[in-house]
Design a protein around this ligand. Structure first.
Ligand code: FMN
Length: 377
């Protein structure tokens, strides 16, 4: 069986992607200390490019030091970081037709930075971190909007093919679209339009700086999976505002840090025990697709089977499929599928890769274990 659609080109804005395979943003903890890009990170990304992924979305890149998850997270909050980003982009563009997006983010309510206490739209205690974020004043929100715009503009000048706002997983931008974390009654809260305003403001600010050609995409929170949190019905209304604003692609996701407190089913990186658990944001894509107009949809979450992916694309439920954990195990997975080996991804979605990020560079524990065993035998 040939996967014609999975390996056919498609555009996001004016940027052509050689196939429908996206690497979802993945923090790999390989930046140099305090956020600059060196050989270790570039070599890791080159493996992905070599492996055939059409669009590589970077890990979350901090728009400000106050919004970093660790000292080894990539930053782009001032021009001193630009040379490393330019090197990264050039080395990915050395691979024919391979594109790279910069995902830009601030940790917001989930910050555990020793120097910078967490900030959020509202002061709602976080059950995972045990901290209560400070409620931001309007002028502080505007200042952070400017930081997103400045960082996105730097990404444009660094040569990235597009930018992705990280508005998911309980980080700063997703805090605004959730009724659980946004209790404001001013222009940034209180109703759906106000909750989406920060995303529209960043979009408009970026367009003023970089014009209409550079695609602006978003990873969008669509469900929090906590009591009182964002529900899909409201997320659909938010997505409609973003489509009408002009965003070029939406990658729907969900879950916040607190989702993982006391439950085994950790989002966004859900543990997958059977094929029925796979493709877990497919129902979300089915809801969003009819209103997407020219905005492209990127399905993420538990994608492992190329034949199913081909069906979703042919059925026009999504325009792209996106993977994180499977590409940590097998950076050459797209080429393996393209060359005719259609067995599903070897990743068992156990989330042990996520745990490695707490102490050092991210790697697949299962793969390492299997390789060790093979060596022994
Ligand atoms: C180690 C690790 C790091 C991640 N880093 C990011 C990140 O920087 N930005 C982001 O939006 N999502 C991040 N995610 C979530 C993934 O992009 C993705 O949404 C999730 O893992 C589900 O996709 P999968 O089933 O293909 O792994 C991360 C997940 C893991 C396991």
């Amino acid at each position: 069986m040939k996967l014609k659609t999975l390996f056919s080109p498609e555009k996001i804005g004016n940027v052509q992607i050689k196939n429908r395979i996206v690497r979802s943003a993945t923090y790999v903890r390989r930046a140099e200390k305090y956020g600059s890009i060196g050989d270790q990170l570039i070599d890791f990304y080159k493996e992905l490019a070599k492996g055939g992924t059409g669009l590589i979305i970077s890990e979350f890149i901090a728009v400000d030091q106050s919004g970093t998850a660790s000292a080894y997270q990539v930053r782009l909050d001032n021009d001193s970081f630009l040379p490393g980003h330019k090197r990264l982009v050039h080395s990915i563009h050395d691979y024919p037709e391979t594109k790279i997006a910069a995902q830009i983010a601030h940790t917001g309510r989930q910050s555990v930075h020793p120097k910078y206490p967490p900030v959020a739209p509202s002061a709602v205690p976080d059950k995972q971190t045990g901290l209560t974020p400070r409620k931001l004043k309007i002028e502080e929100i505007r200042s952070l909007i400017n930081k997103f715009v400045d960082t996105g503009t730097r990404a444009y000048h660094a040569g990235y093919d597009m930018v992705q706002l990280h508005a998911a997983h309980g980080y700063f931008l997703s805090n605004f679209v959730s009724p659980y974390t946004n209790r404001r009654k001013d222009e940034y809260g209180g109703n759906i339009e106000n909750m989406a305003r920060i995303l529209v403001d960043i979009y408009n600010g970026l367009r003023d700086e970089i014009g209409n050609e550079f695609p602006i995409t978003i990873k969008l929170q669509t469900q929090d999976f906590v009591p009182g949190g964002l529900l899909l019905d409201d997320a659909v209304k938010i997505a409609k505002i973003l489509v009408d604003t002009g965003f070029n692609a939406i990658e729907p996701s969900g879950g916040i840090g607190e989702t993982q407190v006391g439950v085994k089913e950790a989002y966004p990186s859900k543990v997958i025990k059977s094929p029925e658990d796979e493709n877990y944001f497919l129902p979300t894509c089915k809801r969003l697709k009819p209103m997407m107009k020219n905005c492209k949809l990127i399905l993420v979450g538990g994608i492992k089977n190329p034949v199913s992916a081909e069906i979703f694309l042919n059925d026009k439920i999504t325009d792209f499929i996106s993977m994180c954990r499977p590409l940590i195990y097998e950076p050459d997975l797209p080429n393996r599928w393209r060359n005719g080996d259609l067995t599903p991804a070897k990743c068992i979605s156990c989330n042990s890769c996520y745990m490695t990020s707490l102490t050092g560079p991210v790697y697949c524990v299962v793969r390492k274990r299997r390789e060790r065993k093979k060596k022994k035998n």
